[in-house]
Write a protein that binds this ligand. Structure first.
Ligand SMILES: [Zn+2]
Ligand SMILES: [Zn+2]
Length: 592
């Protein structure tokens, strides 16, 4: 939920920050200062880089200003007058925005979308004065700074940003702050942040030996043995969920002639995100998505309505040429795989298929202990196809959501131009939201690829395609899971499920026998044969977040048993190997 009152405070603090910067750096030229999640920033052009000491000094000045109870005084003036006013103050960026407003009717800043800078009309703009600082702004702001708790905000960092996101333009310094209603909420925010840093999947991925990166393959993870186990466990889990739900798995090519992408429209709209390959004087590209391959597969045979829905699932790698600057851990990558599928259905099947899908999503997220919410995006103004077709589809989506007891919000007019969609956000263990599953109806690609089925009337009809993924990409979902579980995966997912810990060398052989038995039962078990002492071995296994530690000394060996400890430190005492097998199998079955 948008908290408009808090956003107003945050935006007002951006003004107060700019005012403070201007006092300290009279040469400062200001760009834009919008509200962002948890705070605000302002882009500033300065003669030198800001230091951490500068940030502290700016923050101190801001606090003083807030305590002075400054008013935000609004005035309106003709656009040309405002341009003159900001010109006199040498605020070149503001003058540029005003000129844009005059000639193009917008001040949209490339990398920020809509900004706060739009005036009340094209001819009149509003200007706000706070103390000695005047800014071009639409508002709203607090009436006066007494509405802001002087201890409820903090400046956090400075990063580089190009004016209007354009690398040819001026390099700005983006000064970030966070702000909340109260000091307590600010402190809680920093505790949450610290918790998030502890759970950072890049850090845990390294510590747990899951994956690595190399500068020669930017954005393409190397899955280490434990990470590969985790990955494959998820891949097979998804197969196990989809197979009984009527999906079939396919593997389609990774590289296609550009003719395919021309047909699908990717060549026109998506080419800059594709990796191109020249071969035998033909232009080829690695696939950024599976859809067109599935359409060719579907179209290779004549289908009857009796076969529908046909559901193709595929997990092969995709490549998207993301700028190297935005790559980050597993959440922004160039190579990834999705739990992707395309369902080919008749118009009558929309409701039932969507309901089945929502139930699948509920089952999958439930298995990971993730809570989630749904958003339905409806017909945009620039849509393809008949309004009645859209209305029919949207009605069926709403019914399906209701049938599956799935609460949802509506994003009016936010669907793709070719069909409505439902997006699912999952909430992780520390309350962060991530967008994962999508269900997208598509009426356009079946036209492009001339997809057909033979109806009961013996005539040809167009199927509808549903694009859907539940995890989204495996890479990103694994990042979410690592952070959600803080690396302590439930037993069924843990790359190593049990660590055998021989107290002395003479127990190693018995450990080998136990390992063989457990492995034969399908468990992932290792033996710590290092020279370290027992307590160090237990600590290492705990650091690796291995669910079970099985300590073996003379007594256990004689009894054909193991001493079972959990990674939480809990001691389950000595158990026969059979009893332990029962315990761990139950934990796996229940996905504990
Ligand atoms: Zn403002
Ligand atoms: Zn698709």
């Amino acid at each position: 939920m948008k908290n408009e009152k808090l956003e107003t405070k945050r935006h007002s603090l951006a003004h107060i920050m700019a005012a403070s910067i201007q006092e300290m750096f009279p040469e400062a030229k200001f760009g834009v200062g919008p509200v962002i999640e948890e705070g605000f920033f302002y882009d500033v052009h300065l003669s030198r880089p800001l230091t951490p000491e500068d940030l502290q000094a700016i923050e101190k000045r801001m606090r003083e200003k807030v305590k002075q109870n400054l008013r935000f005084e609004r005035s309106e003036m003709p656009l040309d007058e405002a341009a003159g006013l900001f010109g006199n103050m040498s605020q070149d960026f503001k003058v540029e925005l005003l000129q844009d407003l005059k000639t193009r009717g917008t001040t949209a800043v490339a990398d920020l979308g809509d900004s706060n800078l739009v005036g009340t009309s094209i001819n009149e703009v509003s200007v706000y004065k706070t103390g000695n600082f005047t800014d071009l702004c639409r508002g709203p702001h607090v009436q006066q700074t007494s509405e802001i708790d002087p201890d409820s905000f903090r400046l956090t960092r400075v990063s580089g940003a190009y004016w209007r996101g354009n690398q040819q333009r001026e390099q700005m310094q983006r000064v970030y702050g966070v702000a909340f209603d109260t000091k307590k909420e600010l402190e809680e925010y920093f505790i949450r942040l610290e918790e998030a840093q502890k759970r950072d999947h890049r850090k845990l991925g390294r510590e747990l030996g899951l994956f690595m990166f190399h500068p020669w393959a930017p954005g393409a993870p190397f899955w280490l043995p434990k990470g590969t186990t985790l990955y494959n466990t998820l891949a097979n889990y998804m197969r196990g969920v989809l197979f009984p739900a009527g999906y079939v798995e396919v593997k389609t090519p990774l590289i296609y002639n550009k003719a395919l992408w021309e047909r699908s429209g990717h060549w026109k709209h998506y080419r800059k995100d594709m990796f191109l390959i020249e071969s035998e004087n033909e232009t080829m590209s690695t696939k950024p998505m599976n859809c067109p391959g599935h359409f060719l597969t579907y179209a290779s045979e004549v289908h009857s309505y009796r076969e529908l829905p046909i559901r193709f699932h595929e997990q092969t790698p995709l490549h998207r040429n993301e700028a190297s600057g935005v790559l980050s851990g597993l959440t922004r990558v160039r190579q990834f795989s999705q739990d992707d599928a395309h369902c080919f259905i008749t118009p009558d099947q929309i409701g039932e298929e969507i309901e089945r899908l929502i139930r699948l999503i509920q089952k999958v997220y439930g298995d990971f202990g993730l809570t989630f919410s749904a958003k339905l995006s409806t017909m945009p103004d620039d849509h393809l196809g008949e309004v009645s077709t859209w209305e029919h589809a949207e009605r069926q989506l709403k019914t399906a959501l209701a049938q599956a007891n799935m609460p949802y919000t509506i994003n009016e007019k936010d669907g793709a131009f070719y069909g409505p969609k439902i997006d699912f956000d999952v909430t992780d263990a520390i309350g962060r939201k991530w967008q994962c599953a999508t269900i997208q109806l598509d009426y356009a690609q079946p036209e492009n690829f001339d997809l057909k089925y033979i109806g009961a009337d013996n005539a040809e009809h167009r199927p509808i395609v549903i694009h859907r993924a539940i995890f989204g990409s495996f890479e990103r979902f694994i990042a979410i899971l690592i952070e959600h579980y803080a690396g302590a995966f439930p037993v069924w997912l843990a790359p190593v499920q049990a660590m055998l810990i021989p107290i002395a060398d003479r127990h190693v052989e018995y450990c080998n026998q136990v390992k063989e038995r457990l492995s034969a039962a399908g468990l992932r078990v290792e033996i710590d044969t290092s020279v370290e002492r027992m307590n160090a071995k237990i600590r290492n296994a705990q650091m690796q977040k291995i669910p079970y530690m099985l300590v073996v000394g003379d007594r256990e060996q004689e009894q054909g048993a193991v001493a079972v400890r959990l990674r939480s430190g809990e001691d389950l005492k000595t158990k026969s190997v059979d009893d332990f097998l029962h315990i761990i199998s139950e934990a796996i079955r229940k996905k504990n």
